[in-house]
Ligand binder design. Structure first.
Ligand SMILES: [Zn+2]
Length: 342
């Protein structure tokens, strides 16, 4: 595990240097224009002095990674329902607001002034994450059920997440029932390959088949859904890495706006010049102790709360990107028109 985490940290660093290689500047610039046009409801709200909420939209964003939510965790990747609930309660108490992975990578971070975005991501589409009861509602003991309950108790804590799914997600053979519920309720469905294959040891045809086939199954199950993000199984990239971003198999083309890693630190802001949409780091949900706890959620949430690590704080204005003069982060060229340093 140590070697893995170290390697992943190296990938993250290498990715940060390769930011200019990102291929979706058109889409990002388009979204910048959309943001400038104030397409969201909050744009009409009374402007807030960014200094009064210490806005910093170049600060870091935790992208949390969850696997199974089970009473008896089988590995350090799993959490108990009580631990999961406690982490969500902490996020709500500390003024985080969940956004989806696609909202994050496209800069659609429309949350109130003084709040912090967090991206909740779930890998492997297991039934501990999501299952529908006989009444058609999410079972209360699943991750989605717990998230909905926490959101009910904390107004403003949006119950949204990104589910990186495999084929036959959540034990639903064609995914129709489960994925449709998720899509209709604001959850994002991302790609995690059809069979959770190791993309690093697969040839180019297999890589593209695994991604395209899963996308095809998702969009067949949920007409109108678009798959915009991918989480790499085991955090391992294909060769060449661009195959994780775009490709084609059997007449199905895919194009991802964000590729998510496994490990190990808060992500740069999407507006930061060092943000690399092909190498977005995630943080494993974990308590303060245990293997590699230093790369996990409790440690990082502590550092974000204490100010040891600069945290993204919204100015509440989706048409501006506010940040304190003197921050070490630099705004990415595609977003410079919206910059409001103070
Ligand atoms: Zn996985």
């Amino acid at each position: 595990m140590n070697a893995t985490m170290t390697r992943l940290a190296a990938i993250v660093s290498a990715g940060a240097l390769a930011v200019s290689a990102c291929g979706d500047s058109t889409e990002r610039a388009g979204d910048a224009a959309g943001k400038a046009a104030g397409k969201t409801a909050d744009a009409s709200a009374r402007p807030v002095d960014p200094a009064s909420v210490r806005a910093n939209e170049l600060g870091r964003v935790p992208v949390l990674m969850y696997h199974q939510i089970v009473p008896k965790p089988a590995s350090v990747y799993d959490r108990t329902p009580a631990e999961f609930r406690a982490e969500l309660e902490r996020l709500a108490r500390e003024d985080y607001v969940p956004i989806t992975a696609t909202e994050f990578v496209t800069g659609r971070i429309d949350i109130p002034a003084g709040k912090h975005p967090v991206v909740l991501t779930f890998d492997d589409s297991t039934i501990s994450q999501f299952a529908l009861g006989p009444d058609g509602a999410p079972r209360p003991d699943t991750a989605v059920g717990i998230l909905l309950d926490v959101a009910r108790r904390h107004p403003g804590f949006r119950p949204v997440a990104t589910m990186f799914v495999n084929s036959a997600p959540f034990n639903d053979p064609d995914g129709r029932r489960t994925l449709t519920w998720l899509h209709r309720n604001g959850f994002e469905i991302g790609n995690h390959t059809a069979t959770h294959v190791n993309l690093g040891s697969s040839n180019a045809a297999t890589v593209q088949r695994e991604i395209a086939a899963n996308q095809k199954a998702i969009t067949a199950a949920v007409p109108g859904a678009t798959v915009r993000t991918l989480a790499l199984p085991f955090g391992i990239k294909p060769n060449p890495p661009s195959l994780a971003v775009h490709g084609e198999h059997g007449g199905v083309r895919y194009q991802h706006l964000g590729v998510f890693l496994v490990g190990s630190n808060p992500s740069p802001s999407v507006f930061d010049a060092s943000f690399d949409p092909q190498n977005i780091p995630r943080i494993r949900s974990q308590g303060p102790k245990g293997p590699d706890a230093n790369f996990a959620s409790t440690r990082w949430l502590n550092d974000l709360a204490s100010g040891k690590v600069d945290r993204y704080t919204s100015d509440g204005d989706p048409t501006k990107i506010s940040y304190p003069r003197g921050t070490t982060a630099q705004i990415a060229p595609a977003w410079r028109k919206l910059a409001r340093p103070y």
